[in-house]
Design a protein around this ligand. Structure first.
Ligand code: AMP
Length: 172
């Protein structure tokens, strides 16, 4: 991936709380060439691989998932925090540093036998993406790969999700 995209990712110390260095991808979104590089880069990797659905994780995953699904000619499935989706949902809990959180997906958003690509802006510990993997599996679908714009390698999320099933454009 080009130095352009990397150079645009902004470190914001102590956001949203003290001790966290937040990787802000909004400058990538607002840069015409960089945005295109990210979406085209992902699309190149997955074109022709039979992806039925791109499963995008709230909320920054939506921003990359929607154009990627369009580029691949795949459907878009959104995974959201509890209470946001209007139809019947499946729900999975996952652990946070303190406490836990949940994610939901509509029961009919992926079909048994579907091949899906899970996408989010950033991989940290992998707990979020792992929960999405469980949602997908519960519907009888298969995760072809987990894709991220940014991977924080030192947090070992890749190990948690399975070394060979993770793809990221930029690693720290
Ligand atoms: P995790 O479940 O630990 O892999 O966390 C991944 C989720 O949290 C993704 O939806 C990210 O957008 C968000 N996230 C975690 N750490 C950061 C960070 N340092 N900068 C930006 N987003 C983060």
């Amino acid at each position: 991936m080009s130095d352009l995209v990397r150079s645009l990712i902004r470190d914001v110390p102590d956001f949203p709380k003290p001790g966290i260095v937040f990787k802000d991808i909004t400058p990538v979104l607002s840069h015409p060439k960089a945005l295109r590089e990210v979406v085209d880069g992902m699309a190149e990797r997955y074109r022709g691989r039979g992806v039925d659905k791109v499963v995008a994780i709230e909320s920054r995953g939506f921003l990359f998932g929607a154009p990627l699904a369009y580029a691949l000619g795949a459907g878009l499935t959104i995974v959201r925090k509890p209470g946001k989706l209007p139809w019947k949902c499946v729900r999975e809990e996952y652990a946070l540093e303190y406490g836990k959180d949940s994610l939901e997906m509509h029961v009919d958003a992926v079909a048994p036998g579907n091949k899906v690509l899970v996408i989010d802006d950033l991989l940290a510990t992998g707990g979020t993406a792992e929960a999405v993997g469980r949602l997908v599996a519960r519907q009888g679908a298969t995760v072809a790969e987990y894709a991220f714009v940014v991977e924080l390698s030192f947090l070992s999320g890749r190990k948690r999700l399975g070394e060979s099933s993770v793809y990221s454009l930029i690693q720290y």
